[in-house]
Design a protein around this ligand. Structure first.
Ligand code: URA
Length: 213
């Protein structure tokens, strides 16, 4: 258990932390950055999906009938929060090629500060699927909270949130608003700065994945 309580998992795994350290380096170029985000997503997904329900199926081996186990239930839904979350999709689908992919796009209205949904397309029926929401950076927690509100509004129930780097403020907010959601964090950073960037962080994940700025 950590300072946030149940359902928050700070992975701090050597393989993940090593790759995140390279991501943090401002001299890491777009190509390597994108590749690392994919690899980290895969490593994190391996941990985050370790409690998937299994069902028993008999299989004829060349020797005898064996009771084997396969993943139970509906195909998983992977839901990146646009745009940076897209960088994690290939790593997660490498683990679960049969997964369906939804997309959520949100922005904050500058005057009302309310989230405005500009895109939401989720696989049906969403209520029966395990849903993995991904966004590399959990900063204030605002878009994570809003995205999960939206998924729940559409009927989503079993939700996991996977992020590469988080600020304590974001983890606290997301966990308080959605205590039922399992939150997986690669590295927990120190704090947010006044522009809501994670410190030390890695800068703007979307710009670094897509080579924009
Ligand atoms: N989003 C980013 O891409 N980086 C941050 O530091 C915070 C939010």
């Amino acid at each position: 258990m950590n300072q946030f309580g149940e359902n928050v998992f700070i992975l701090d795994h050597p393989l993940i932390t090593h790759k995140i350290s390279i991501l943090r380096d401002k001299n890491t170029g777009t190509n390597e950055f994108r590749q690392l985000v994919e690899e980290i997503a895969m490593l994190m997904g391996f941990v985050a999906l370790s409690d998937l329900p299994m069902t028993k199926v008999p299989v004829e081996t060349p020797i005898e009938t064996a009771d084997t186990y396969v993943i139970a239930g509906r195909k998983l839904a992977i839901v990146p929060i646009l745009r940076a979350g897209l960088g994690m999709v290939s790593g997660l689908t490498a683990l679960v090629p049969s997964a369906k992919i939804g997309h959520i796009g949100l922005y904050r209205d500058e005057t009302t500060h309310k989230p405005v949904e500009y895109f939401c397309k989720l696989p049906n029926p969403i209520e029966e699927r395990i849903i993995v929401v991904c966004d590399p950076m959990l900063a204030t927690g605002g878009s994570g909270v809003d995205a999960i509100n939206l998924i729940k509004k559409h009927g989503g129930k079993k939700i996991k949130f996977v992020c590469i780097i988080a600020a304590p403020e974001g983890v606290k907010k997301l966990h308080e608003e959605h205590p039922d959601v399992q939150i997986y964090v690669g590295n927990l950073d120190r704090e947010l700065n006044k522009n809501a960037y994670i410190c030390p962080g890695l800068g703007d994940a979307g710009d670094r994945i897509f080579g924009t700025k």
